[in-house]
Design a binder for this molecule. Sequence first.
Ligand code: SF4
Ligand code: SF4
Length: 104
Amino acid sequence: MTSPSDFDCQTCGACCSYSSDWPRFSTESDADLDLLPARFVAANEQGMRCEGERCSALAGRVGSHTSCLVYDIRPDVCRACLPGDEACLIARRAFGMSAPAFVP
Ligand code: SF4
Ligand code: SF4
């Protein structure tokens, strides 16, 4: 049994690179969305801009060291994805990572 604290998102980044359909805007207010730098927003303004399947706001290398460049103002769907949940595990498996992130 794993818990969210078993996962280290800063050595992962899989869920931010799994699908361009994932970082979609949903329940954010217009004021919240206005805070996002335009370079990270998709042309249709429906979600984060992605390069391939990877969110443009993800910095670093997946599976090694990653960070979200808009962490404090990230979309609600990103806040809803919890380490160890189903989406997390799907994304991690796609990148060949089992759970938890730092099994010795
Ligand atoms: S896939 Fe899971 S462990 Fe990896 S960054 Fe996303 S929430 Fe964190
Ligand atoms: S906004 Fe941040 S948390 Fe959300 S998908 Fe992009 S890099 Fe990941």
